[in-house]
Design a protein around this ligand. Sequence first.
Ligand code: NAD
Length: 484
Amino acid sequence: MADVTRYEHFVGGVWTPPRGGRYLETTNPYTGAVNARFAEGDASDVDLAVSAARATFDTTDWARRSRERSRLLRRLADLIDDNAERLAQVESADNGKTLREECGMYSVTGGYFRYAASLAETLAGDAPTGNDPSVLSLTQREPYGVIGVQTPWNTPGILLAQPVAPALAAGNTIVVKPSELAPSSILELASLADEAGFPPGVFNVVTGLGEVVGAALCSHQSVDKLTFTGSPAAGRLVAAQAAARLVPVTMELGGKSANLVFADADLDAAVAAVTSGFTAATGQSCVAGSRALVHQSVFDTVLDRVVAAAKQLRLGDPALPGTEIGPVCTQAQLDRITALVAAGTAEGGRVVTGGRQPEELAGTLFYPPTVFVDVTTDMTITREEVFGPVLCMIPFHDESQAVRLANDTVYGLAAGVWTQDLDRAHRVSGALRVGTVWVNHYRRGDPAFPFGGYGQSGYGRFSGVEGYREMTRVKSIQILLGSA
Ligand code: NAD
């Protein structure tokens, strides 16, 4: 017990105990042991953090020193690289994702800060040509002020980097509310930001429950903009609070993404991507490829090969390098998967592999890769985001049916298109109602590419130049020349 790390809030550059004196715990999903203790915040803790962020924004020159911000972001990126393995271990112990996957994530997380650093140095305003030559017109991009950032448990580090790197690059100050299920890596990142030399009050973290700390952050009068990454259910509540205060919010929500496999695809590559698409991170990924739409001429081949590959995957201790599938994060998550799979079979879907927890895994949080066939797009299992290792496979007979099936969802986060035909790849990419299309690869992130959803997958974009603009607003300045 003695070596369980205890985290406080990080407010105004100081590790600050919760005013209420209470702490919450995270549990290691593999061992069941207490993994970390962290402050259970309330509205007064949020107020303290927002006041610190506000004071730094209003009374220091943080927003005007873009070169300095860029330098600090690069320093933080280097520290993340130097600490990548440790951060991966901390995060894996909180959320149960394999160390393999976490190390992959942390090998690219620093890049988000480096990319944002380059935008801080280069993106400026414009000088539009107006109608009247006696008026000099300028636009400048300004930070919002204080941004409230809420993150989920499934990939805390990178999902922090996506909004926070451009928010800081643009000159905002931030208050982060991590998920209560896996806050440790974000608190470690706050510590690295401190070590990098970010001024006190720029980067604040308040931990606690969503309905308490998250709600207080969303409704705080001094927060100028919100970002939210999480479920559509909580996203709706956050959007309602943002609407009540008329502040903008960037929403990154769930998905039911499809891989479309055409008959001319490189089937080796497609099978590998379909398999990892629904099993990587034990399916607990917003861009999990949880549907596979496969041309009828290759359907049976792809099905057999995906099932064979899924059966080969090694379940086990997430901390071991050979483990390919870890446990899911919580009992609630396991219960949700079990209930949705039961609904899938009750509604007529057929399970080809998996479908229930084997007896030898009883009492653990492991769930085996599960593949459904004989499903239609009106069934619960094909419509709902499972957030577990469950795939629905559906055959199609032509391109337009493939697109129709892919778009028959309330979500619109991502899709994979597998074909050797460049015309078709381009046509289908344009027809899919999703924020990201990967052609002949899948689930690859890059700080240079905007990321976000259509439909109930959210609105607004993280990453890329779009993601930077999202953290700024534009001011027009028109100077009447010769007026003096
Ligand atoms: P969640 O919605 O339960 O929680 C997300 C955050 O919201 C947490 O910090 C939580 O404490 C907070 N929260 C919960 N209730 C709240 C309330 N009433 N008011 C304010 N804040 C509240 O989501 P989760 O279970 O942590 O994450 C899984 C979901 O996130 C999945 O739907 C997944 O697809 C989605 N997700 C989306 C992306 C993306 O980039 N689009 C990335 C990762 C995860």
